[in-house]
Structure formats: C-alpha cells, structure tokens
Design a protein around this ligand. Sequence first.
Ligand code: PMP
Length: 361
Amino acid sequence: MSRVWNFSAGPAALPQAVLERAQREMLDWNGSGASVMEQSHRGKRFIEMAARTEADLRSLLTVSADYAVLFLQGGATQQFAQIPMNLAGDGDSADYIVSGHWSAKAVAEAAPYVQVNTAASSQKDDFLKLPPRDGWQLDPRAAYVHYTPNETIHGVEFHDIPDVGTVPLVADMSSNILSEPLDVSRFGLIYAGAQKNIGPSGLVVMIIRRDLLQRAGRPMAKIFRYAEQAANDSMLNTPNTWGWYVAGLTFQWLHAQGGLTVMAERNRAKAALLYQAIDGSDGYYSNPIELSARSRMNVRFTLHDSALDAAFLAESEAAGLMALKGHKALGGMRASLYNAVPLEAVQALTAFMQDFARRHG
Ligand code: PMP
C-alpha cells in the first residue's frame, strides 16, 4: 500500500486513523454484524452514534444550547438557496459580502429567494484581498449578512469575525470549519460541506441559533425547513448515514489530537512553512494574496514561468505529492492544508519545491 501526500481542495484528505478505523469496522460495526451503511438510521446503534457525534462537535466548538446542530444533505451549494428560503420572508433583503468564487456563487443561488444586496465586494481587486471593512454598505434591516470566511479557490481568508451588529451573521465555513477554535456565539448560522475538514461529501453540518428556527421564511416543502429538521433530529428522511458516521470518527480524532487549539497551532505552522518557501524563493514561486488575507487552508502559488507548470505537476505527482494543480479558473498551483494534512506533507512539498527550483533553475 502506498499513500500519497494529498493536497486536494475537496473532497480532501481524511485522517489516516479515521480511514483505518472505518476499515476495521466496515464488516461488523459496533457488534451489529453489519456495516453502518446497512442498517436503519432509526436503530438504537445509529441513534446513539448520531447523538455522540453531535455531542463531540458541540464540545469541540463549545456550542451552547442556544444553537441546534443539523446534519443535512445536498452540499453547501444547496444551502446557498435554502438559507434565504428559511431566513428571509417575502420582500426581505439580505447582505452579502463577496470575496471570491464561492461567495459569488452564494449570491447567484440566493437571488431567486431574497433581494440580495452586495454590501461589499473585492472583485475589482481580482479577489486578491478582502473588501475593507469600513466600506461595507450594511443594511441594519437585512434578514442576515452572509460571508465566506475562507475562499477555497481564491485562497483568501478572514482572520477576524466581522462585527455586523445585531443582524445575524451567516458563514459558509466549508473550507475552514474546525481548523481553529471559534466563538460560535458571534454567528446566527454556520454551515459547512463535509468534504474538506469533516468527512465524505454529501453531508452538510449546520449550527443554527434556535431563534432563527422561528422565522417563517418562504413557502417551502418541509424537507427544506430547518425547524423541521431540528425537530426531527435531522432525520426527516433517510440521512447520509455513512457520512454522519465518518464525521463522528473525525470528531473523535480531533478530540484525541487535543482539540482545536492544537489543530490551530499545527495549521498555522503548516501554512507558515509553505508561505515561507514561496516568499523565500527569490520570485521562483509567488503568492498574489495580500499578506493579511492569506488563507491558512488553501495556499495558491504560481511558478515564475507557466511553461514549467506541466513539469512541476508531473514531477510532484511522481514524488508522491497529489493534487497540486490550481483551480482551472485561476491556473497555477494550490495546496490545501486541511486538518488531515500533516506537517510532514508540507515538509515534503517544500523540499520538492526547492529541489524543483534548483533543477529547473
Ligand atoms: N463553499 C465553499 C467555501 C466551498 O469550498 C465549496 C466546495 N469546494 C462549496 C461551497 C460547494 O460545496 P458543495 O460542492 O458541497 O456544494
């Protein structure tokens, strides 16, 4: 067996210990004589696992009883639409901060359901920095403010939680949830597709302040309504049982690592090492993002001559470094450094980058 160092943006690397445990438990989960995928979500074993998974997430992020935790389907993209359906009534508007590809997509998918006010955008800066806070045109009557704390494609990250007054703050944390401790009380709603820092795709984790469950929103089927999901323990229909289970294993793994303070230190060290290798390469490699907005999770870089890209990708792959190709919209390279990517992977990457630069000087 040979495992590579995996820098995929998502679906992304999972902790090897989680995969090994899932493998061990595949044929006979929890003494049931069947895999977790082969049994009822209404059964005692599954219900207990789901409850433990929620409790482990709550303790990792110190989520208070004022918040419900939901395990949903449809990916983060479906939530782009479902959030306005639930939080905005007829005629309401919502403020959106546009800082890259995913927040722009959130606007497009919300537009059929709410009057979108783009309160700030860094598009004119090619999303190389964040929209400066003093220029945000927030409306105190907005149903909510939506932003994307980490832009997976553009590689920009907010390093502070913006103060938006009393309007509920909604955050797409798909690519940075659980990467550091978080003051959940600052948010109305947090959601994340699982396939970066949590588990397999097809699962969305949502943390929603309970008062927001009271909002009537738009006319919609029960299946879309967060209050119904909360009242039914996210089991209005058959959930993604496998995803839920693997998420639970990841949460246990995070606790075993020492929790999010430890993960935050590791994530800072990993990103610092890679940015140092880029910045210290005398222009052989470069990262275009304003220093204060650089992402710890998704590190973009270009080679000084794009004619070398193909060789860089072929040789890095041969060296056991997987998925360094940047998003097709931007070109260049991108290394995603989620929780499951160890420091050794980044050390292997930076050693390869230095060696490549020497050989292709
Ligand atoms: N938001 C962000 C920040 C993402 O990185 C992604 C996926 N890369 C999405 C939303 C879309 O997620 P999904 O494919 O689960 O709908």
